[in-house]
Ligand binder design. Structure first.
Ligand SMILES: NC(=O)CCC(=O)C(=O)O
Length: 261
């Protein structure tokens, strides 16, 4: 399967859902001029990291984001890795990644599993406990959120279940740009999978963000990479490269899980 992918890297308005919905709608319209098969949005694109006002700006059961993403996917006939939003539930607020296929059907609702203490997530959010596995056009895929990429065992658990493409949505600060690039490349190389990572650009009151959304092939080569500023980053992936790479160095056959305790 070949997919043309566009990552919408932009400067999320802090704590301002109205502005963000309008901005993302406009940017998706613009991205569609290139007719991608799949569009990716960043982490917490509805509110940014304004976690102290979640009472006001988190969405009950992520209803608004779900309606917007489903309708947008259907209207444009595009798969939407719809970034994440702050989802209010009876158990508290989750940082939730939503993925829709081009018919507007929900493929996966993944709650970020690892909360990033440096950005106070542990004070305001709940941890998820389910994997972000799904299929698009019959391709087994996985989606995770930002800090999750620092946990290779979590990503491996997805890949051992057969995923071939890893989608990462993020708000990753600039001071750890070298970690962002190295971790994404490592996840691609060790799992012999495509990595499609969409970060935000710009700043909020506490952080400057890195941009550098990227697409990495199963050999670990970066095939597309954005700069620091707002950008529509486009690239193509061919999922046949996964079987080729896994056939060349059969890491998954050679694993010795009985040793890894
Ligand atoms: N939003 C996040 O999870 C940020 C993670 C991060 O910056 C890191 O270094 O890890």
């Amino acid at each position: 399967m070949k997919w043309k992918i566009t990552c919408i890297q932009y400067d999320i308005a802090y704590g301002d859902p109205e502005r963000n919905y309008a901005e993302v709608e406009r940017r998706i319209e613009r991205a569609m001029e290139e007719k991608p098969d799949l569009i990716v949005l960043p982490e917490l694109w509805t509110i940014g990291y304004d976690l102290t006002r979640l009472d006001e700006i988190a969405e009950d059961e992520a209803r608004r984001a779900k309606t917007f993403l489903a309708e947008t996917a259907r209207k444009h006939g595009v798969h939407l890795v719809g970034g994440s939003t702050a989802k209010r539930t009876a158990q508290g607020v989750f940082n939730t990644l939503l993925i829709y296929d081009r018919e507007g059907s929900l493929c996966v609702e993944y709650d970020k599993a690892h909360l990033f203490q440096l950005m106070d997530e542990h004070l305001h959010l709940q941890t998820g406990a389910e994997k972000g596995l799904f299929e698009l056009d019959g391709i087994p895929s996985a989606g995770v959120v930002c800090y999750d990429i620092r946990f290779p065992e979590w990503i491996r658990a997805h890949m051992s279940d057969g995923a071939q493409v890893l989608f990462v949505v993020a708000e990753w600060p600039i001071e750890r740009l070298d970690h962002w690039r190295a971790l994404l490349m490592a996840r691609a190389i060790e799992n012999q999978c495509w990595v499609v990572a969409c970060n935000r650009s710009g700043s909020d009151p506490d952080h400057d963000f890195a941009g550098h959304s990227m697409i990495i092939d199963p050999w670990g080569e970066i095939t597309a990479e954005a700069g620091e500023k707002d950008e529509l980053l486009s690239g193509e992936i061919d999922t046949a490269a996964v079987a080729e790479t896994r056939g060349h160095i059969p890491v998954f056959d050679d694993r010795r899980p009985e040793l890894y305790r």
